[in-house]
Design a protein around this ligand. Structure first.
Ligand SMILES: [Zn+2]
Length: 175
């Protein structure tokens, strides 16, 4: 963990202890309950509270021995946000999704692909929806994500090649 991140977390811990209202530091959504200690205590960052959905996602990832690095938390992401995707034309939204969401979705897709048939998709859906807030729908089989944009929607599809590598394709659909 870098010094910048340690400092930011210490600052966040102090603000949470003081009862400041804030979005969830892990997913960036306005999902924190008051008072602060009724939220989930993070397993990924010591002494930090995160929202219930993130608490569940963290528990799953801890179980799979694959915690999310704190540097990937929403509070450390650049400002231009997935939450504004609905206001952007499809081509611009696609650039942001490719840069910010594709690596996350690829990781989740690959974990999901390792699951046994009949496994519960819900924890994976929660993880994807909390880390990629622009997603409006997510399907397990075949694995694909839908995003609303200002002029239509985006569809991102994932599949696994026979050699085990993941390929993804993005489609811009105009209304
Ligand atoms: Zn959260």
């Amino acid at each position: 963990m870098t010094e910048r991140i340690e400092r930011a977390l210490a600052d966040l811990r102090a603000r949470q202890a003081a009862g400041e209202r804030m979005p969830c530091p892990r997913c960036g959504r306005d999902t924190m309950k008051a008072p602060i200690y009724t939220n989930a205590l993070s397993r990924e960052a010591d002494g930090i509270y995160v929202c219930d959905a993130c608490g569940t996602a963290e528990a799953l990832k801890a179980f799979m021995k694959n915690p999310l690095p704190v540097s990937w938390w929403a509070m450390f992401r650049p400002e231009k946000g997935a939450s504004h995707l609905k206001e952007l034309p499809g081509t611009e939204a696609m650039d942001i999704v490719r840069e910010q969401d594709m690596p996350i979705l690829t990781e989740i897709f690959e974990q999901w692909s390792e699951e046994k048939p009949g496994a519960d998709f819900e924890p994976y859906r929660l993880d994807a929806m909390s880390r990629c807030p622009g997603i409006t729908q997510l399907w397990p089989d075949s694995f694909q994500a839908l995003y609303e944009t200002a002029d239509g929607h985006l569809l991102i599809q994932f599949r696994r090649n026979p050699d085990g590598a993941t390929t993804s394709r993005g489609f811009i659909v105009m209304r």
